[in-house]
Ligand binder design. Structure first.
Ligand SMILES: *Cc1c(COP(=O)(O)O)cnc(C)c1O
Length: 310
């Protein structure tokens, strides 16, 4: 491992990512029947502790923190946030102090769930706040309160989706240039889609599958692209039919689909908050004839199934 302080060394060398992530073809008769090739972009293999899009989104923020000399990174998340987990792991690996502002004051007195326990083991200081306070997570006045309490620190927004994170996901799109017609990704905040779409070449399409109910994500992705690039980038659209009831909800059809898909292709169990919904969407769309015969569709596997437990 490169010493952290070696002159000219990338401060993120300690994270040693596997990039570009592997691209794997899967033979699935539901796609073959329609003349569609299915590829998996295995971002879940980028790093054992900061898997998937969380590596891509955190890396530019970590680099900025290292360059500004901040030694503390503060961020926000729910009780099962993969982003909190990834931030805590990065802090341990890079020797940075991390603070997680967690939604839900009632969690403070209770034993930690496995995801938060992992954050704490990685050295993250957990600060539980009531939902009414958590709602202020983007307000400068609240950040000032947090600075007073925790000292000078770099603040990364919920889900890690700021302009730097979006720019960090451009490389995902670039890694897929010339490899696919459609690049599809499950969306929480939409930051990964916003960046990936910007990295694709003309003629390639980005497809986002929101895992939250509500139909608000299009505006968010456009706002993230404005913040990161100054305006819209790439050709992308959203497919809103596959949230399966909302965030972290697992419908019966989703559970059955996920189990069958991993068994069919001898894959580890699918991550069900995001990845299984994406693959269910692509399989259904293919069966509906949404993709031109002869085309290639790539599903970005944004995280491993062991998230958020380990
Ligand atoms: C966080 C996360 C996402 C969502 O990424 P956004 O950039 O917020 O849209 C997708 N998949 C997995 C596995 C995640 O952990």
């Amino acid at each position: 491992m490169a010493p952290e302080s070696a002159p000219g060394a990338d401060p993120l060398d300690a994270l040693a990512p596997r990039l570009p992530s592997p691209l794997q073809e899967v033979e699935d008769e539901r796609f073959a029947r329609r003349g569609v090739r299915l590829l998996l972009k295995r971002d879940d293999l980028i790093h054992p502790a900061l898997a998937g899009n969380k590596w891509r989104k955190l890396a530019p923020n970590l680099r900025a923190v290292a360059e500004t000399g901040h030694r503390t990174l503060l961020t926000f998340g729910g009780a099962y946030s993969n982003h909190l987990r990834a931030t805590a792991a990065a802090g341990r690996l890079l020797g940075l102090r991390t603070v997680g502002v967690v939604r839900g004051h009632e969690l403070a007195g209770r034993p930690l769930n496995p995801s938060l326990a992992r954050c704490a083991e990685d050295g993250m200081l957990l600060h539980f706040v009531p939902r009414s306070v958590y709602r202020r997570r983007a307000e400068p006045a609240f950040h000032q309160e947090l600075h007073r309490r925790f000292g000078r620190c770099a603040v990364v927004p919920e889900g890690g989706s700021n302009a730097a994170a979006v720019r960090g996901c451009v490389l995902l799109g670039e890694e897929l240039r010339g490899r696919t017609d459609v690049a599809a990704v499950a969306c929480g905040t939409g930051g990964t889609l916003a960046g990936m779409a910007a990295g694709l070449r003309a003629g390639q399409r980005g497809l986002g599958v929101p895992v939250l109910k509500g139909g608000f994500l299009g505006g968010e992705v456009r706002a993230l692209q404005r913040a990161a690039f100054g305006g819209p980038r790439g050709d992308w659209r959203l497919e809103e039919r596959f949230h399966e009831g909302g965030y972290a909800k697992v419908s019966a059809r989703l559970a059955d689909f996920a189990e069958d898909f991993s068994a069919r292709h001898e894959l580890p169990p699918l991550e069900t908050v995001y990845v299984a919904k994406l693959l269910l969407a692509l399989t259904t769309l293919t069966e509906e004839g949404a993709f031109t015969p002869g085309s290639t569709v790539t599903a970005v596997v944004t995280g491993p199934s062991w998230s958020p437990i380990r």
